[in-house]
Design a protein around this ligand. Structure first.
Ligand code: PHE
Length: 342
């Protein structure tokens, strides 16, 4: 068989083989078989040495042309196969994003958390800074510095959990204010949210664990008018623009004068209804001008500075805000309850 017939046979074989190949991996095997070191074409190239010198250039040219032809066959097949394989992968790996599936359950913020965030927002907007402190507190900060000495009757009102003679579960967040006064110089404008504890029986309006948000402002020339304006802004933010407030005289050892603050009933807007027991007003917080004795004990000269303080019961204003009739609902952690207030 002459050289050109041999070459033609190799090309025919290559064409059949490439046509039959079904994957790029199999095609790669064919490339090695046809053009590799052990391939028929390479064999021919090697045997050229046996040809007479004058026939070699023509033979070399034919073999190279054949190599070129086979390379083109392989390349043509390769791009067609790659396209087919991609199309197949797109079919195989298709995801139906509309297919129904088990939905992940996502929780919701607790109503108490939502009201807390709103109150903090309101006071931060007025320039207050949020400060926190320990829940297990020294008697000194919880009582003494707030003008509630040992054996003072005001201690009874707080139903304190004692850890020992000097350590208590804080009964209010006022100790955070005492700590802040001791560690900073005026002007002071802070809001102190946190968990507090009192030895109360659980009922619809009491819990041994609840939350307060207390505020404190100390500067030169702070007046009761400033207190009133600050609380009015808070009342409107929480219960609507037509909310009015009234001060009733009261007593706290750490403020003088002291007041209880009522807001117009969010339900009847002052007409009188079941929620406000017909009075049109709802008691919301305690407040007053910081007692000069407290300022002095906490290292702030009372002849130079004045201040006001207020304390809000977070559960109470949450119940009022959403019309929740029983405080226990806030502590049960029932997700179906929390979902109602989004
Ligand atoms: N600390 C008081 C309380 O628990 C609340 C309060 C704070 C009253 C500040 C007046 C001023 O009960």
């Amino acid at each position: 068989m002459g050289l050109s017939e041999q070459i033609q046979e190799i090309i025919d074989d290559a064409r059949r083989a490439v046509d039959a190949v079904a994957s790029t991996a199999a095609l790669e095997q064919e490339r090695v078989r046809l053009l590799g070191k052990k391939g028929a074409l390479t064999g021919l190239l090697r045997s050229m040495g046996q040809l007479p010198a004058e026939e070699r250039p023509a033979a070399g040219q034919m073999i190279n042309q054949a190599r070129e032809t086979i390379t083109q066959l392989l390349e043509g097949a390769e791009s067609a196969l790659a396209e087919k394989e991609l199309a197949q992968r797109l079919v195989d790996e298709k995801l139906d994003v509309t297919e129904p599936r088990q939905l992940m359950r996502v929780g919701v913020p607790h109503p108490t958390t939502m009201v807390l965030n709103e109150v903090l927002d309101c006071f931060i907007g007025m320039g207050f800074e949020v400060v926190e402190g320990p829940q297990v507190e020294l008697d000194h900060y919880n009582f003494e510095l707030l003008n509630i000495p040992k054996n003072h009757p005001a201690r009874d009102a707080q139903d304190t959990f004692y850890i020992d003679d000097n350590i208590v579960l804080r009964t209010h967040t006022s100790p955070v204010q005492a700590r802040t006064m001791l560690s900073r110089k005026p002007p002071i404008r802070i809001i102190c949210p946190g968990r507090v504890f009192r030895a109360d029986e659980v009922d619809a309006t009491h819990s041994p664990v609840f939350h307060q948000i207390e505020g404190l402002v100390i500067d030169r020339d702070v007046t009761m008018g400033d207190l009133r304006g600050t609380l009015a802004a808070f009342g409107k933010r929480l219960y609507g623009d037509d909310t009015r407030l009234r001060f009733r005289p009261s007593f706290f050892p750490f403020t003088e004068p002291s007041a209880e603050v009522d807001l117009t009933c969010f339900n009847c807007h002052g007409e009188g209804c079941r929620v406000c027991k017909g009075t049109g007003w709802i008691e919301v917080l305690g407040c007053g001008m910081v007692n000069p004795k407290v300022l002095d004990m906490c290292g702030i000269p009372s002849d130079e500075y004045t201040g006001f303080a207020f304390g809000i019961g977070l559960e109470r204003i949450t119940m009022l805000r959403y019309g929740i009739p029983d405080m226990r609902l806030l502590f049960e952690g029932d997700e179906r309850f929390a979902r109602q207030f989004r």
